[in-house]
Ligand binder design. Structure first.
Ligand code: NAD
Ligand code: UDP
Length: 340
């Protein structure tokens, strides 16, 4: 298949590109490089020995998408492109609705004009309503997200559902990711946050290499086993394999499917720190800080639907996550700004 990856130079996109190239697919990446580097794809090419067609472009540019779709015979789109910083989204809601919601709308119009109606979308566990019942199955109620980033993901889900209802020729997968972490086992590609990381594991990794002095643990008074927040951390290579499985499942049959991509297990912040310390063999300085607004106590997936429908499940455990995250951080302390 020839697969078009919007946002394919980013963290999850680059790992998925690698998995798709290794599976024999042709990959075209379309990315405006607002939060990524071309270097990630150079490295995927070196790791796989394959070629990736790269187009620097914006999903909000419908005329550009028309030209690209007219020139290349794309079979399916995996749509990663978007902005993802929760805190920034509260300060710049319009940028988030424009890139994420309006960008998806523009992309869908262009796909429709090109008779291209197979789409895999990067959704998030953030669409679920706060719940005391864990794990979360796909039919758990969606909520009123606490920030514009989360709202944009839920709005896109609604948009895609309405589109598929109105035109049943569409084939759409909504993939609700839990907490993607880790890196390719080579240590050559990984997560490269610009500026101060928002997410837990990149923050821990940067404390470990001395780029940041200490981690703030946001709250130790939740009703969890040690008082700190519990999340479902999924290795990015398992997540990438989930995209491949979803694509194989939906290609050629019309409909809309929703799948959780998680491990089905939750770990607390303190357990994450300990697991990292064990693998990296160094201490992570941390202090207990107030809760972060908008955080829930715990969140993990019921991942059984993906296993049943796709024959997919997360294979990698916490130790591999930490080992690969640490290898990437140690060998690329400045991310893709490091040479070679
Ligand atoms: P990322 O920032 O590394 O990747 C997103 C990519 O999209 C970047 O390469 C960026 O340059 C590109 N991009 C942004 N706006 C664009 C635009 N208007 N036109 C073209 N390209 C654009 O993020 P990621 O972690 O790889 O996330 C990929 C997707 O998964 C995002 O949609 C994100 O919201 C979603 N998601 C991520 C997480 C997570 O924790 N990483 C969790 C749930 C969902
Ligand atoms: N967290 C923390 N310190 C940080 C970043 C995150 O204690 O600097 C906690 C956060 O409160 C949550 C967990 O780590 O319980 C995962 O947060 P992250 O931002 O990585 O993902 P989220 O689940 O919020 O999308």
């Amino acid at each position: 298949m020839k697969v078009f990856l919007t946002g394919g130079a980013g963290f999850i996109g680059s790992h998925t590109a690698l998995v798709l190239v290794e599976a024999g697919h042709d990959v075209v990446v379309y990315d405006n490089l607002s939060n990524a580097s071309r270097e990630s794809l150079n490295r995927v090419e070196r790791l796989t020995g394959g070629r990736i067609a790269f187009i620097e472009g914006d999903i909000r540019d419908g005329a550009r998408l028309d030209r690209v779709f007219a020139e290349s015979d794309i079979d399916a789109v995996i749509h990663f492109a978007g902005l993802k910083a929760v805190g920034e989204s509260t300060e710049q809601p319009l940028a988030y609705y424009e890139n994420n919601v309006a960008g998806t709308l523009t992309l869908c119009h262009a796909m429709d004009r090109a008779n291209l109606r197979t789409l895999v979308f990067s959704s998030s566990a953030t669409v679920y309503a706060e719940s005391r019942e864990m794990p979360l199955p796909e039919d758990a109620p969606t909520g009123r997200p606490t920030n514009p980033y989360g709202s944009s993901k839920l709005m896109i889900e609604w948009l895609l559902r309405d589109l598929q209802t109105a035109d049943p020729r569409w084939s759409i997968a909504l993939l609700r990711y839990f907490n993607p972490v880790g890196a390719h086992e080579s240590g050559r590609i990984g997560e490269d946050p610009q500026g101060r990381p928002n997410n837990l594991l990149p923050f821990i990794s940067q404390v470990a290499v001395g780029r940041l002095p200490e981690l703030a643990v946001y709250g130790n008074d939740y009703s969890t086993r040690d008082g700190t927040g519990v999340r479902d951390y999924i290795h990015v290579m398992d997540l990438a394999a989930g995209h491949r499985a979803a694509l194989d499942a939906i290609a050629g049959s019309a409909g809309l499917w929703t799948w959780n991509l998680g491990t089905g297990r939750g770990y607390s912040v303190l357990e994450m720190i300990r697991a990292f310390e064990n693998v990296a063999d160094r201490e992570i300085a941390y202090r207990i800080a107030p809760r972060r607004p908008g955080d829930v106590a715990e969140c993990w997936a019921d991942a059984s639907r993906a296993e049943r429908d796709l024959g997919w499940r997360a294979e990698r455990g916490l130790e591999e996550i930490m080992r690969d995250a640490w290898r990437w951080q140690r060998e690329n302390p400045e991310g893709y700004r490091d040479a070679g």
